[in-house]
Structures are given as C-alpha cells and as structure tokens.
Design a protein around this ligand. Sequence first.
Ligand SMILES: [Zn+2]
Length: 150
Amino acid sequence: MTGPGRYLPDPTEGITRVEDLPKPKSVRRSRNYPRRRCPRCRHSAYRNRTFTRTLHDLGDLAANRPRDLVITYSQHCCSRCGKYFNIDLSDLALANSHYTHRVVALAVRLVVEDGLPYRAASWHLWRDHRVFVPFATVQNWVEAGGKKSR
Ligand SMILES: [Zn+2]
C-alpha cells in the first residue's frame, strides 16, 4: 500500500556527530608535472616538490557518500630567475577554501534564490548532495558575496 509519495526520512537524520556520517570517497586528481613554464621568464622550470590538497566536492549520490577530491600538485622552482610557483588550482576552488567552487555556488543559490535559512541550506546540502557544510560556513559565503536580499 505504498506509492511514490510515501515519506522516507533520510537515513542520516538525527545524526549529530560528523564522525558518524558516511565516510567520504576519495577521488584522486593529479596536477603534478615534471616541468612547467615559469610565469615570469618562460623558462622551463623543474618540479621542486609536491603538495596534496583535499577539497570537499558534491557527494556521490549513487554511493550515498560524500566525495573528496585529493589533488596532488607540483611546486616548481625556476633555475633562471629563481621564482617559485605552484600549479594553479583556482579553477577548482578559491585559495584557502576546503570546498570546490560548485559547492559554494550551490550553497549560495539555495539561500539567495530559494530563500532557505542557513541551517536549512546546510541540511539540504547534506541530504540531497551529500556534502557537509556547517551553516556558519554557508552564512560566511553568502555574506562575502553580499547578495542576500532583505
Ligand atoms: Zn623564471
């Protein structure tokens, strides 16, 4: 006697500790290059060392789990002019951000376009996109964008 409109609560509803949520699936990405052109003098610069950065992305809905991009990227040192530079990741995320651009964009849309309060937006991101963003973080993003109406 159940139809498509039957209410099924999210299985994680009521979980209050982040550690109890499903573990993220790590997706490895490489931006690790042996050589790269120096942005200052165009000399081909060897890799100096590598770093790893983890970004929370929209979750994997098929697996019902969060998804982290684990990006290995190189730092280079130019032997001609002495400049150190890292591989650019700005297409994926802002500097110092733990979340990808698309998570931020979606969170801001939920508040600005759909008018959701911050806590509801945070819950929506988790429930429907399996990305955990504390509501205060959503609030910071929206306020930084300066676009919330009212
Ligand atoms: Zn150089």
